[in-house]
Write a protein that binds this ligand. Structure first.
Ligand code: ACO
Length: 401
């Protein structure tokens, strides 16, 4: 028997770690997570403090530039971002090639990847100035791209950005504004959206960020890398979980049906899981879930929405937190548990939930991509494998098989 690993030079120390549960693929100074304590820090700042006190653009600046901006730096950054919010007019034609019922994530994968065909200067990744311009372009254009995907799906005309509004106010207007009326941005809804964006801005080496890094490690242009991140985020085990959590809450429907679903979640014969519960890294409260719950309360009060699914969510959380199964397995609500309730109250269809996640995570993706490309030690990412196939054998002619 030939030892195939020796044959192909696979000798020496080899780590087999499916799902990368205990392998660090890079060094990074952007985000720190302590999953046992339920701690999430961006450049050292706790996520709850950022969500409470800062704007999304402040967090974007922090992730990209290592420090919180001064007032002057933030004004300049906001101005720069606002100068890049427009899409090339030709891209509107590209949207029109999609079916009206196309999923917004399908449109976003295509449109973001296509940006490289329009902004050739930004594809020069050897120039740090161009890398920063590409990052600004992506952060600025994502709200326009996501809002246009929504407008296209409901058959309304695209709305151009109105740059005197805030980043998030502009996005809300481009999404929900109808040209015939003057859209008034509700400050409570605007603040809630800012918080949701901040809570999703970065989460170290999650699947989509690792995808962006891997794509970028080959020298691919930033638009192609972010399109790869969007594709990865689309999956239900990643960005699609908030949609699944909302659907589950709707299916439960009433508080008196919760015990039935808790029993199902504990039954190993039943594939059902409590969506929005559990996390690969957090074995304690996801610190983002606490902020999300408070935000849900604020938005529902402000909009006068009395959605029974919020009562279901609150009660379900209380019951699960006292249940032996969930305690023993350290299953707590994650960021997705309450976010769907808020987004649905604001008026977003569930198909837009993951697109909003992509909009916010673009900040983390470009920060991580810049950090990687700036590292002089950076190499192409090339995982190895544990080969389990046939040993070497000789070719058998077709008529002798
Ligand atoms: N409901 C019921 N049981 C659960 C749940 C849940 N939501 N999550 C985990 N478990 C159980 C598993 O059945 C398993 O039990 P066992 O040890 O008896 O086999 C144990 O807890 C460990 O679960 P794993 O799937 O091995 O844990 P992993 O770290 O791989 O998975 C994950 C984490 C995928 C998030 C999981 O908790 C899950 O499926 N949750 C629901 C989906 C969800 O909310 N995803 C969003 C994640 S956050 C984000 O992506 C932004």
């Amino acid at each position: 028997v030939i030892d195939i690993r020796k044959l192909y030079g696979q000798t020496g120390a080899f780590t087999y770690d499916p799902g990368f549960t205990s392998t660090a693929a890079c060094e990074s100074a952007i985000t720190y997570i302590d999953g046992d304590q339920g701690v999430l820090l961006h450049r050292g700042y706790p996520i709850d403090q950022l969500a409470e006190n800062s704007s999304f653009l402040e967090v974007a600046y922090l992730l990209l530039n290592e420090e919180l901006p001064t007032r002057d730096e933030l004004d300049k950054f906001g101005y720069t971002i606002s100068r890049h919010t427009m899409l090339h007019e030709q891209l509107a034609t590209f949207y029109r090639g999609f079916r009206r019922d196309a999923h917004p994530m399908a449109i976003m994968c295509g449109v973001v990847g296509a940006l490289s065909a329009f902004y050739h200067d930004s594809t020069d990744i050897t120039d740090p100035k161009q890398r920063m311009i590409a990052s600004h372009r992506l952060i600025a254009k994502m709200p326009t791209i996501a809002a246009m995907a929504y407008k296209y799906s409901v058959g309304q005309p695209f709305m151009y950005p109105l740059n005197e509004l805030s980043y998030t106010g502009n996005f809300l207007r481009m999404t929900f504004g109808v040209p015939a009326e003057t859209y008034e941005v509700n400050p409570i809804v605007e603040r809630a959206m800012e918080r949701i964006f901040i809570l999703h801005a970065d989460h170290e080496q999650n699947a989509s960020t690792s995808t962006v890094r891997l794509a970028g490690s080959s020298g691919a242009n930033p638009f192609a890398c972010i399109a790869a991140g969007i594709a990865c985020l689309w999956g239900p085990a990643h960005g699609g979980a908030n949609e699944a959590a909302l659907n589950m809450l709707r299916e439960i429907g009433r508080v008196d049906r919760i015990p039935e679903f808790i029993a199902r979640a504990k039954d190993k014969e039943d594939p059902f899981r409590l969506m929005g519960f559990g996390h690969r890294v957090y074995k304690n409260f996801d610190p983002r879930a606490k902020v999300m719950k408070a935000t849900a309360e604020e938005v529902l009060n402000e909009l006068g929405v009395t959605d029974p699914i919020f009562d279901v969510a609150r009660e379900l959380e209380q019951i699960a937190l006292k249940d032996e199964y969930f305690i023993e397995k350290k299953l707590y609500p994650n960021v997705d548990f309450y976010s769907g309730v808020i987004l649905s109250a604001i008026g977003f269809p569930t198909s837009m939930f993951t697109a909003l996640f992509a909009l916010a995570r673009t900040v983390g993706w470009v920060a991580q991509w810049n950090e990687m490309i700036s590292d002089p030690e950076q190499k192409i990412g090339r995982p190895r494998q544990l080969y389990t196939g046939s040993p070497q054998r000789d070719y058998v002619p077709l008529d002798q098989r």
